[in-house]
Write a protein that binds this ligand. Structure first.
Ligand code: PLP
Length: 395
């Protein structure tokens, strides 16, 4: 069979691929330290699980409205009001199978073939692929470690063209952990208004901010009507496998996104939607406890990484990733094998040091590595011991 050009040109997600390789090695009995994962290692809170189980037992196993259960959309609207000062009616909310699907529908709904989409780099791997699938043109806007991995209007201006239509913003960021301050967002908002850009704001790591505060660009003057906010319970409530994300924005855009969803996945599992209501309306303590533990791990990770020779690491303010610059390790060799780039480096670290992490190239930032600290402090210490031993053998 002939593959479509669309799919033929696409690589599977490298973060998912790295996770699969590490899991396969572990299945074969190899003790791999997993710094490649993008999901909390905590369990979904019990009160959330119980609601999901009860929903199945009660026979809540049929189709729901495409946009999601009314009570879940009410809970999402209440969350936006409480946490972000944003007022959405339930018809302005779409519940999807993960934030990833919400993002996909948002890009599909806002992007015509040939439209240019500004994507700050380092970026989450999925953004450029989703833009290409919509026929759009990803325009990568680089921010360096000196910029705190954040773009400014100056960066964006250089990438602007008459075809620029959309900005994809992600704060807190995967892979860098960078968090835009309210002032930085205000400057970007002015730029978006000046150039009549729409914004898709991916706020999935909102609950994991350690320094400063999370702010939503949608809450800034003139931005509500040009922003689709995407969020979900995957990272906040350790619910990655339940597949519940959501989007909120201007009613006609959400309606368009819902039309797309009605022809693809229809809606996420009914019992998962019930569980998400419990997550969004229930106690905040489990979320706070996870955040506190992540904060402790961040300190440990930064301390140990900072002691590795030649590694430069910025202090991430949010999410659960660090994104060290390892260019000093490149161009050298490990046991006679040349370490040409970050992809080879990550490969060698996996096979020789038995530590799974993701090369920066996957995020549009060669010369870096992404390490997730969604794993225990013991494993962080073990992983960094292995990385130190690896670094000592570089010639
Ligand atoms: N956005 C970012 C920046 C992410 O890192 C992820 C998951 O890794 C997602 C969205 C997708 O979240 P979900 O699992 O809810 O689809």
């Amino acid at each position: 069979m002939r593959l479509s050009a669309r799919v033929g040109a696409m690589a599977p997600s490298p973060t998912v691929a790295m996770d699969a390789r590490a899991k396969e090695m572990r299945r074969q009995g190899v003790d791999v330290v997993a710094f490649g994962v993008g999901e909390p290692d905590f369990d979904t809170p019990d009160h959330v699980k119980e609601v999901g189980i009860a929903a199945i037992r009660a026979g809540f196993t049929k189709y729901t409205p495409v946009q999601g259960l009314p009570e879940l959309r009410e809970a999402v609207a209440a969350k936006f009001r409480r946490d972000n000062g944003l007022e959405y009616a339930p018809e302005q909310v779409l519940v999807s199978s993960g934030a990833k699907e919400s993002l996909y529908h948002a890009v599909m709904a806002l992007c015509d073939p040939g439209d240019e989409v500004l994507i700050p780099a380092p970026y989450w791997v999925t953004y450029p692929e989703q833009v290409r699938l919509a026929g759009g043109v990803p325009v990568i806007v680089e921010a360096t470690v000196e910029d705190g991995f954040k773009v400014t209007p100056d960066h964006l201006r250089r990438a602007l063209s008459p075809r620029t239509r959309l900005l994809l913003l992600n704060s807190p960021s995967n892979p860098t952990g960078a968090v835009y301050s309210p002032e930085e967002l205000a400057a970007l908002a002015v730029f978006c208004r000046e150039h009549d850009l729409a914004v898709v704001s991916d706020e999935i790591y909102e609950k994991l901010v350690y320094d400063g505060v999370h702010a939503s660009i949608a809450a800034l003057p003139g931005m509500y009507e040009r922003t689709v906010v995407v969020n979900g319970v995957s990272k906040s409530h350790a619910m990655t496998g339940w597949r519940i994300g959501y989007a909120a924005g201007p009613a006609p855009v959400i309606k368009g996104m819902a039309a797309l969803q009605s022809h693809s996945t229809t809606h996420p599992a009914a019992c998962a939607q019930k569980a998400a209501v419990a997550a969004l309306t229930g106690p905040e303590e489990p979320v706070a406890a996870m955040r506190e533990e992540f904060a402790r791990r961040r300190e440990l990770m930064l301390d140990l990484l900072g002691r590795l020779p030649g590694v430069r690491v910025a202090r991430p303010a949010g999410a659960f990733y660090v994104f060290p610059d390892v260019r000093a390790w490149l161009g050298r060799s490990f046991r006679g094998r040349p370490v040409e780039d970050d992809v080879t480096l990550a490969e060698l670290i996996l096979t020789e040091a038995r530590v799974a992490l993701v090369p920066g190239t996957a995020f549009g930032a060669p010369g870096h590595l992404r390490l997730s600290y969604a794993t225990s402090r013991e494993r962080i210490e073990e992983g960094l011991r292995r990385l130190r031993a690896f670094a000592e053998e570089l010639r």
